[in-house]
Write a protein that binds this ligand. Structure first.
Ligand code: S3P
Length: 172
C-alpha cells in the first residue's frame, strides 16, 4: 500500500508523513524534496528560472514515479492534486489511499505567517490579513480536489500524535 498525504501548504503533510512512515515501517517520500533532489534545484529556484507551468509539468512526471512505489508514505505539494489529471491518477491507483489533512483558514494563516518565505506562491504577501484572504480564496478553489481523498482528517488544534492515531485508525 502507498499512503498519499494531501492538503494545503502548512497543513503538516511533511511532518505527519515522516512520523507516519516510522510508525508503519514504510519508506517516506516528500514530493517537493524528491523534485528538488532530482532536478538539482530548490522549488523556489525552479519557479523563478522556469516558471510555474514548467514546475507543474515535472510535478506530474514525478507524481507518476512516486505512485508506483509500494509500502511508502508520500507527502505531496499543496498544489499537486489540483492540476491536470493528478487527482484522478491518485484516486485510480489501486494500491494508494489518499489522506486529506484538513486545516481551517485561520490555522493555516497562523502556521504560514512565519514559513511563507520559501514558498513562491505566498512569499510576496505582506500582512497577515493579505495572507488570510489569499488562503481563503485559494482553498476554496482547491477544496474540490482535496475532498476527493479516501479519508479526511481534521488537524486544527490537534497534536501530531493525535492526528497520527486518527489516520492509523481510519486506514486500517
Ligand atoms: C505549492 C506548495 C508547495 C510547493 C510549491 C507549490 C502549492 O508545497 O509544491 O511551492 O501550489 O500549494 P507545500 O505544500 O509542501 O508547501
Amino acid at each position: 500500500m502507498t499512503i498519499i498525504l494531501i492538503g494545503y501548504m502548512g497543513s503538516g503533510k511533511s511532518t505527519i508523513g515522516l512520523q507516519l512512515s516510522r510508525i508503519l515501517k514504510f519508506d517516506f517520500v516528500d514530493l517537493d524534496a524528491y523534485i528538488e533532489k532530482n532536478e538539482g534545484k530548490s522549488i523556489q529556484e525552479l519557479f523563478k528560472s522556469k516558471g510555474e507551468i514548467y514546475f507543474r509539468k515535472i510535478e506530474y512526471q514525478y507524481l507518476q514515479n512516486v505512485l508506483e512505489m509500494e509500502n511508502t508514505v508520500v507527502s505531496l505539494g499543496g498544489g499537486t492534486p489540483c492540476y491536470g489529471k493528478n487527482m484522478e491518477l491518485i484516486t485510480t491507483t489501486n494500491h494508494a489511499k489518499s489522506v486529506y489533512l484538513k486545516a481551517s483558514i485561520p490555522q493555516l494563516a497562523e502556521r504560514l505567517e512565519n514559513e511563507k518565505h520559501d514558498r513562491p506562491l505566498i512569499a510576496h504577501l505582506k500582512s497577515k490579513d493579505e495572507l488570510t484572504e489569499f488562503i481563503g480564496k485559494h482553498l476554496f478553489e482547491r477544496s474540490m480536489f482535496y475532498n476527493k481523498a479516501s479519508i479526511t482528517i481534521s488537524v486544527d488544534k490537534r497534536s501530531v500524535n493525535d492526528v497520527l492515531e486518527n489516520i492509523v485508525m481510519e486506514l486500517f
